[in-house]
Design a protein around this ligand. Structure first.
Ligand code: HPA
Length: 241
């Protein structure tokens, strides 16, 4: 992969010292932060922290359209989004990396389309498989080669946040068929689809979802994510090899 874009989430707000930085503006406003570029051999990694460099943007305040438009202007081959999530399926333990293949969107009030008849002509994109199957395959191969455990498949519920869910909400999400819960994959995934950019989500399990384990604390989440992000970085670097 020559030019990989990475959208970092909670626990991954910074990638390091970039070789250069793009201060993109878009018709939708500014992205969450300047896009940092890292060159490595013949490949380049573009990094955008979706919550901002100082982690100050709540999930419903992120300008998803500006983020995807700014990345698209740099013509990446693909976007890998990293999302901290809660586990609904008991098989996913804190620290696990999961590659979901489906999602259900429970978020609301977010600008969720480039083709809504205002920002652009009205269009109904195909979205039966919300994550790129080709890119999922490439990531699974990269994980296998780098000996990184990456669980294949799952359904990701996208909730509004920034609060965590109630135990009853998690029961309902489980009944709906969700195995993971996060707050930021939508509208990110569909905006990438609207612009024909292959997009996948690497879900990093931070905790057992509400009511399914210990009381969730920010400190515990941060501790788990700190450790799991090293493995996540390794996976992304393996994809650019
Ligand atoms: N729910 C929603 N989003 C999350 C969670 C959770 O339990 N943990 C990390 N992101």
């Amino acid at each position: 992969m020559q030019r990989l874009a990475v959208i970092g989430g909670s626990g991954l707000d910074c990638w390091g010292t970039p070789s250069r930085q793009y201060d993109q503006s878009t018709p939708f406003g500014a992205p969450s932060a300047p896009i940092a570029a890292f060159e490595r051999g013949n490949s380049e990694l573009l990094f955008l922290p979706r919550h901002g460099s100082d982690h100050s943007l709540a999930p419903h305040r992120i300008n998803y359209r500006a983020n995807i438009a700014a990345l698209a202007a740099l013509a990446p081959d693909a976007i890998v989004a990293v999302n901290a999530v809660g586990a609904i399926a008991p098989k996913h333990l804190p620290g696990a990396l999961v590659l979901p293949d489906q999602l259900i969107d429970y978020s609301y009030g977010r600008d969720h389309s480039f083709f809504d008849g205002e920002a652009g002509p009205l269009a109904h994109v195909e979205f039966a498989e919300p994550f790129s199957t080709g890119l999922r395959r490439q990531l699974l191969q990269a994980a296998q080669q780098a000996r990184i455990a990456l669980h294949d498949g799952g359904c990701l519920a996208v909730t509004q946040g920034p609060r965590l869910e109630t135990a009853a909400e998690i029961t309902r999400l489980a009944q709906d068929g969700n195995t993971l819960v996060g707050m930021t994959s939508m509208p990110e995934a569909v905006l990438a689809r609207e612009l024909n950019l292959p997009y996948v989500c690497v879900a990093v399990v931070a905790n057992a979802a509400a009511g399914l384990g210990e009381t969730i604390t920010q400190a515990a989440i941060e501790q788990v994510l700190d450790a799991a992000m090293n493995e996540t970085r390794r996976l992304l670097v393996a994809l650019t090899d």
